[in-house]
Write a protein that binds this ligand. Structure first.
Ligand code: ATP
Ligand code: MG
Length: 198
């Protein structure tokens, strides 16, 4: 992966849990921008989700690892979880730049998240660290925001982690919304059933 001049996508998120909306978006950007690899980077703590009790970082990381198995384009980076504390994209990108000094980084963000870009820490510095790529998201309008260098229209999968958590609590099916190994992991570790608040 660390080949000179490689083009590396970075998809950050809470991934609580990872679902097919994340994977379809990463896959589409990978093809559209001819990326060599997409790194999924689970956040440790999310600045916009304080007070929200997410599943443990190790579980979210492991579900990401299970989800990318068998797809060589994808890998998972524990950089944010290893740093700990609240995850800010500026730190994610600074650390990844140090690990991959020759790579061009493309930070992938859904329309919902990019709409709040101005509130991100050190927003003005971020475009020096990576190219920002917006992806369309079902239920969110195509933003006028100029925070993204490029927009990629991805197949609309109206799935969210919030919806997956609700479904688990309600005993509704999540198969086909998340990779099978992720559904099995959730069942075996009894995640989300115990009333994690949204
Ligand atoms: P939650 O409901 O807990 O916020 P989520 O489904 O939004 O979960 P996140 O981990 O918050 O998942 O999202 C990580 C990134 O993936 C964000 O940039 C988000 O916009 C993007 N994303 C998530 N789901 C989709 C989807 N279905 N289509 C396109 N982008 C998505
Ligand atoms: Mg979200």
């Amino acid at each position: 992966m660390n080949a000179p001049q490689s083009r590396v996508g970075v998809l950050g998120g809470t991934f609580d849990p990872i679902h097919h909306g994340h994977l379809a978006a990463a896959s589409e950007v990978c093809a559209e921008l001819r990326l060599d690899q997409v790194l999924l980077v689970p956040a440790n703590g999310q600045p916009f989700k304080q007070g929200f009790d997410s599943a443990p970082a190790e579980d979210r990381l492991e579900m990401c690892r299970l989800a990318v198995q068998g797809d060589e384009r994808f890998a998972v980076s524990p950089v944010d979880i290893e740093r700990g504390g609240i995850t800010y994209t500026v730190d994610t990108l600074t650390d990844l730049r140090a690990q991959l000094p020759e790579a061009s980084l493309y930070f992938i963000t859904g329309a919902d998240a990019l709409a709040r870009f101005d509130e991100w820490r050190d927003a003005e510095r971020l475009s020096d660290l990576a190219q920002f790529v917006g992806v369309t998201r079902a239920g969110h309008s195509f933003p006028e925001s100029d925070a993204a260098h490029a927009w990629v229209e991805v197949p609309e999968l109206a799935v969210s982690s919030t919806d997956i958590r609700r479904r688990v609590r309600a005993g509704a099916p999540i198969r086909y919304l998340v990779p099978r190994a992720v559904a099995d992991y959730i069942a075996h570790h009894d995640l989300y059933a115990g009333g994690i608040d949204d």
